[in-house]
Design a protein around this ligand. Structure first.
Ligand code: SF4
Ligand code: SF4
Ligand code: SF4
Length: 264
């Protein structure tokens, strides 16, 4: 069941933020985040209470304030770009960049819920207003939408307390597109007649068949079929170009990289 995306009023955002803060103070995080709290002293531990009393402000509290500040000043992607913000590849339900940046309270619940550990905080270099919002890093993993066994809702969407991650009404994990894989032919090893096809195999294994091999004779070249690519990142996560020569020719990223649709 897809969660309903809607524009939230300022009052609703503040109410949601307060609710999230209250939830964090009064109870442990959701079950997927339980590991982070495992072994933590009990609430009755006097030392812990004393330590907390010394802290000027908890991370969660700061996060909520940062989110509220972002909400107050953002009105759309145009404003974000004006502020020097780069669109990023986002977890499912975060493809409306302006909505995500304004609604996210930086609570980090989605990071903790992700079974594949592919959600990372956006860096300040990507724009101050979007700092610490959730982005996808396919350096060593990919997004399988993890909706099976969860009522069709990805876990990151499920745990988001403010609907910053929310599948648009009428959509599902199956028809959500995170981005588009793009191949740099200057850096791709297959275009150097090495026979490399790691990305092709990864895409097939992920169940998409969005890369075809063509031309090149005995050493065919990969080509992304845009209509079939969902931006899952399986191809990027296995591309060996950086460790097999392309750094020497000036590459700073892998030969196949998922890009946000807004940037293409
Ligand atoms: S859908 Fe699942 S695998 Fe993909 S980013 Fe969200 S939690 Fe991680
Ligand atoms: S894995 Fe990388 S280097 Fe190999 S064919 Fe695919 S894009 Fe090219
Ligand atoms: S990002 Fe696109 S091309 Fe790459 S594995 Fe996923 S569906 Fe295939």
């Amino acid at each position: 069941m897809a969660k309903r995306r809607r524009a939230m009023s300022e009052d609703e955002r503040v109410a949601n933020a307060r609710s999230a803060a209250a939830g964090e103070r009064e109870s442990a995080r959701p079950s997927k985040g339980a590991s982070a709290d495992a072994g933590a002293p009990s609430a009755g531990d006097g030392k812990v209470e004393a330590k907390r009393a010394k802290e000027p402000m908890s991370v969660s509290r700061r996060s909520l304030l940062i989110g509220a500040g972002g909400t107050a000043v953002l009105f759309g992607l145009g404003a974000l770009r004006y502020a020097g913000h780069n669109p990023l590849v986002r977890p499912p339900g975060g493809q409306d960049e302006s909505h995500l940046v304004s609604a996210c309270v930086r609570c980090e619940r989605c990071y903790e819920a992700c079974p594949r550990r592919v959600i990372v905080p956006a860096h300040v270099e990507d724009g101050l207003l979007g700092m610490r919002t959730p982005a996808l890093d396919f350096g060593s993993g990919w997004c399988d939408f993890c909706a099976e066994g969860n009522g069709g809702v990805p876990l990151c969407v499920e745990v988001c307390p403010t609907e910053a991650l929310a599948l648009p009404e009428g959509t599902s994990a199956e028809n959500t597109i995170l981005g588009l894989a793009v191949i740099d032919e200057q850096q791709c090893l297959a275009f150097r007649d090495t026979g490399c096809r790691y990305c092709y195999d990864a895409c097939v294994n992920a169940g998409y068949d969005a890369i075809e091999l063509s031309d090149g004779g005995a050493n065919p070249h990969p080509r992304v079929i845009a209509d079939k690519c969902v931006g899952c990142g399986a191809c990027e996560s296995v591309c060996v170009s950086l460790t097999t020569g392309s750094i020497a020719s000036g590459a700073t990223e892998r030969a196949i990289v998922v890009r946000p649709l807004e940037t293409l």
